[in-house]
Write a protein that binds this ligand. Structure first.
Ligand SMILES: *[C@@H]1O[C@H](CO)[C@@H](O)[C@H](O)[C@H]1NC(C)=O
Length: 224
């Protein structure tokens, strides 16, 4: 049997009182944070806006190139030599951004890569001074690119095997140019039907896989 005792009121120093005070303090802190957060955001906007707005509104306008067409006449990896043999050409098109302006593309370069491995050196293309309409530049790359044996070589071989199974081979072309004085970089993905890509040089007269074209995208330099 237990004897009923009157309940003891919690003293200020009792653990329960401490818990309540801590809860109170937490609630107060949460309320203060809730009030201050919008103020902090407002301050951040006020501080950053003058530097961000012009960049957003007056973003250096640049023309994104377009791959009009491309042909892949050879793409093969030789594991014994740890080298990729390639023969690729592409026509890059630049459409004028305005009716009555002069647009200048200087230092125009295009570099192909496969599975992160650059294929040869950049093709340096003649610069363009455009008044209206569109201008094109043809680029061609052919040769044998040695791939460092090990991780790099395995990555190239694995990408080839995977893409052949999937049916499309993707070659990237990094395009860089200086448009009216502003540097711009793009990545163009050229997608070819894997079955029609010759695997050996000289196999078949003019055998080539064709890419029907597509727009390039903005890229960070040397990202690919
Ligand atoms: C690449 O292909 C073109 C067109 O078929 C050919 O004229 C050229 O000789 C080839 N280049 C190499 C290095 O095989």
């Amino acid at each position: 049997m237990t004897t009923a005792e009157p309940p003891v009121p919690p003293s200020p120093t009792s653990p329960r009182g401490g818990v309540r005070r801590r809860q109170c303090a937490l609630a107060l802190a949460a309320a203060a944070a809730a009030c201050l957060a919008p103020v902090a955001v407002l301050l951040a906007v006020l501080v950053l806006a003058p530097s961000l707005l012009p960049r957003l509104l007056l973003r250096p306008h640049h023309v994104v190139p377009y791959v009009a067409t491309a042909e892949l006449r050879l793409l093969a990896f030789d594991p014994a030599a740890s080298a990729v043999a390639y023969n690729l050409s592409a026509t890059l098109r630049f459409d004028s951004p305005c009716l009555y302006c002069t647009w200048r593309y200087a230092e125009l370069r295009a570099t192909p890569s496969y599975a992160g491995q650059k294929l040869g050196a950049a093709a340096e293309l003649p610069e363009i001074t455009q008044r209206r309409g569109s201008d094109s530049r043809d680029a061609a790359w052919a040769g044998t690119q040695r791939v460092p044996p090990g991780r790099r070589a395995r990555a190239v071989a694995a990408a080839l095997a995977r893409e052949e199974a999937e049916g499309r081979l993707g070659v990237r072309v990094a395009v860089s140019t200086v448009q009216n004085g502003a540097r711009s970089d793009f990545a163009c993905v050229l997608s070819f039907p894997a079955a029609s890509v010759p695997r050996r040089s000289g196999s078949g007269a003019a055998a080539a896989a064709v890419f029907d074209g597509g727009r390039c995208v903005d890229a960070v330099p040397r990202e690919i």
